[in-house]
Write a protein that binds this ligand. Sequence first.
Ligand SMILES: Nc1nc2c(ncn2[C@@H]2O[C@H](COP(=O)(O)OP(=O)(O)O)[C@@H](O)[C@H]2O)c(=O)[nH]1
Ligand SMILES: [Mg+2]
Length: 337
Amino acid sequence: MLKKLVSTVLDNRNEQDRTIRVLMFGNSGIGKTSTLTAMYDQFNRVIDKNIPLQLIPDNETSNRLNKKLSLLKQQIASDQIRTKSLMTGTKHSEEFDFFIAKDEDSPEKINIIFRDFPGGYLETERKNVKDWVKESDVLIIPIDTPALIEENGIYNEEINSPAKLYDIFSAIRGSLEINNRLVIFVPLKNEKYLEGKLYYTNHIRDLIEKEFANLLQLFASFSIREKIAVVITSIQTLGGVKFSVIEKDQATGKSIFIFKKKGFGSGYSPRDAEQPLKYILTFSIAEVLKKRSKIYRKVGNFLNLDSDFEKAIKDFSKDYKQDHNFVILQGEELLKF
Ligand SMILES: Nc1nc2c(ncn2[C@@H]2O[C@H](COP(=O)(O)OP(=O)(O)O)[C@@H](O)[C@H]2O)c(=O)[nH]1
Ligand SMILES: [Mg+2]
């Protein structure tokens, strides 16, 4: 009893320095670093100027992402993009640290740590991956959309690895029953399938539900479903190009997905890249509020999140998109404050 009380109070103290841990899955070349880059680049651009918030990377994160940003912009300047050949994928596990605050000196902040690891780890470093899942609040599963859709999805298993993901999660299903989590499927490279009317008629959601059925059933199982919110947010980290054809590389026999510029003048134009962050912040603030009301009941004393800061976070995140391509599959309760 005493132990419980002490740990509640300690939790309480730590609330000042809140950290959200986000784990990014996906084989190299799927678009993890591009997603972070576009998110960081877009956040400060799209946020309403009346909301006093910034997404601030630490120095190392900033250097790495700015490098990536210039690579992406260069890439889009060429007429044709061959995935995997122009850029090297993630080779080892990396962390990208950000915080959200009014400014650098503000004592009120939320830390967000993204961890990115090479897809091969799903086979070779399973113990680490499982530990990372256990300590994460948010799991991001980027999806290579052309691999999901083209040629009836024959490339899906190899590129998006639903079976490997299922193995990892089902091995630790007990831990999924303990803390609340948010899982975000992020279809990428989807420019071709979201154009014009296709935005409202594409089958991306249906295909995710079909191809990841095992994983989704696990998340929806009795002891887990109250603990996990699952959403789909289709975003574009490049925007100016669209999938064109799959070609066989003569030398290696490997299939290469080719992207072409949408039009003569099209350039780097990410779309909706801030949306996953809105979901992450909505989930996080809802968690904080829940904890606070619990602590209030137990100890009769709670620590405030500065009310202006709390309001700013709510103002930014409350209007997350919900439409054909932004879907809450389960756990809507965890995304309400
Ligand atoms: N067309 C298009 N290409 C993308 C998108 N996101 C990523 N890519 C491509 O995928 C490549 C690999 O992405 P990267 O973020 O380096 O993958 P990582 O290994 O998972 O970190 C990039 O160089 C882009 O060419 C997207 O939204 N649209
Ligand atoms: Mg990477």
